[in-house]
Design a protein around this ligand. Structure first.
Ligand SMILES: *[C@@H]1O[C@H](CO)[C@@H](O)[C@H](O)[C@H]1NC(C)=O
Length: 248
């Protein structure tokens, strides 16, 4: 009777499925039974203004819950963590001029270096809790010169979405939901004080983008050199001819 021997084998998957269901139900309950947690909902819109080498990355950060008053009472903080890729840089001297921005730079910025000789850096922008429901941030960035290519054209600089980190004095569990823990400076004053923040999942009304910068064309190089040289010679001859015909 082969049928009988088959039955118990068929039953096991059903049992394990039930077990998994039960376990995940338990998991769900334990995950959400922290009734003291605050629900936070934030959405971000990103726009990149300008063409060529000087741009502004603008973010509109909007929160639907909690209210600004409740957020201020919670003393929680939000920071935007922006990864500035190799092909781009922020100019610290320029950021100092923007009084409304609380920022901290992690990394060394060489404003002269071309893309292939530079390092990426991080910019932390600490958001003002009194503008929790609606805040705008504008970060001026500059594109680096790219190594000239045989074909010229455009160089591509990928720019990823910023991370939004959240920190609360009552502990990260006081905010509902999950998210990986990330180390980041506690405030904009120093890189030395590190806090554990939570990588908060916000609703992004935008995608990762590629920015394009014009690239020098190696094909043009000999032509440009010859024309420059010829113009230089012509200038010399002209000046000399004037000097030699002017009576002293
Ligand atoms: C935060 O999470 C997002 C989405 O999962 C991820 O792309 C990003 O790299 C994370 N940020 C950090 C600093 O871990």
């Amino acid at each position: 009777m082969p049928n009988l021997s088959l039955k118990p084998i068929k039953r096991t998957p059903v049992l394990t499925k039930l077990n998994i269901l039960l376990l995940s139900l338990l998991g769900l309950v334990s995950g959400t039974n922290n009734s003291n947690c605050t629900t936070v909902e934030v959405s971000i819109t990103q726009r990149i203004d300008g063409e060529g080498f000087h741009r502004s990355i603008d973010w509109l950060i909007e929160a639907t819950t909690p209210s600004t008053i409740d957020w201020l009472a919670s003393k929680c903080q939000l920071v935007l963590r922006v990864e500035v890729p190799l092909g781009m840089f922020v100019n610290p001297d320029q950021l100092i001029e923007i009084k409304s921005l609380k920022w901290l730079l992690d990394g060394v910025v060489d404003v002269e270096a071309p893309a292939h000789e530079s390092q990426s850096h991080l910019v932390y922008i600490y958001l003002d809790s009194s503008q929790f429901e609606r805040a705008t941030v504008a970060l001026p960035v500059h594109m680096r010169y790219q190594r000239a290519q045989i074909t010229g054209g455009y160089g591509k600089v990928p720019f990823s979405k910023p991370s939004l980190l959240i920190w609360c004095p009552k502990g990260l569990e006081s905010i509902c939901g999950r998210g990986l823990k990330v180390e980041a400076p506690c405030n904009h004053l120093s890189l030395d004080n590190i806090c554990i923040w939570r990588n908060f999942t916000y609703e992004a009304h935008f995608d990762d983008v590629d920015l394009f910068v014009p690239v020098g064309d190696l094909d043009h190089y000999p032509l440009v050199s010859i024309v420059t040289l010829l113009l230089g010679c012509a200038g010399c001859i002209y000046v000399l001819s004037i000097l030699s015909t002017t009576p002293l």
